[in-house]
Design a protein around this ligand. Structure first.
Ligand code: THU
Length: 130
């Protein structure tokens, strides 16, 4: 199963009764394992979590800390990009060249490197004055 197919499968289990916008995400860890997540909304809207956050949590819980590749999918008119917060979350564990595949459920796909999605990312070194 491709990373996009894994994201598509987990998307079906998203809990999105408020936005009706189901998202699936799959992460390939550096260890070769695939971690999936879906968005989980809440009646207190800001408490909802994105699909990418779920996949990252599963990866970390399994003991992997390096993202090799990511896929995100939704029923959107254009391939769905990770939201700004998720770009920062992914950048915590992915190198700048890690590829993100963005997909629609209709089969459209685009790819980008994490560095292209979040140029000027805030990193640990910004907290070092030297
Ligand atoms: N959503 C994600 O799961 N990932 C993204 O990167 C974009 C947005 C979810 C959050 C919310 O449940 C729904 O999509 C609508 O914003």
């Amino acid at each position: 199963m491709s990373l996009t197919e894994a994201a598509r499968a987990v998307r079906d289990r998203a809990y999105a009764p408020y936005s009706n916008f189901k998202v699936g995400a799959a992460i390939l860890g550096a260890n070769g394992k695939v971690y999936v997540g879906c968005n989980v909304e809440n009646v207190a809207y800001p408490e909802g979590t994105c699909a990418e956050a779920g996949a990252i949590a599963a990866m970390i819980a399994d003991g992997e800390t390096v993202i090799a590749e990511v896929a995100v999918i939704a029923d959107s008119p254009d391939p769905v990009p990770p939201c700004g917060g998720c770009r920062q979350k992914l950048a915590e564990f992915a190198g700048p060249l890690a590829q993100i595949t963005m997909a629609t459920t209709d089969g459209a796909e685009t790819r980008a490197a994490i560095a292209d999605l979040i140029p000027g990312v805030f990193v640990r070194a910004h907290m070092d004055k030297g």
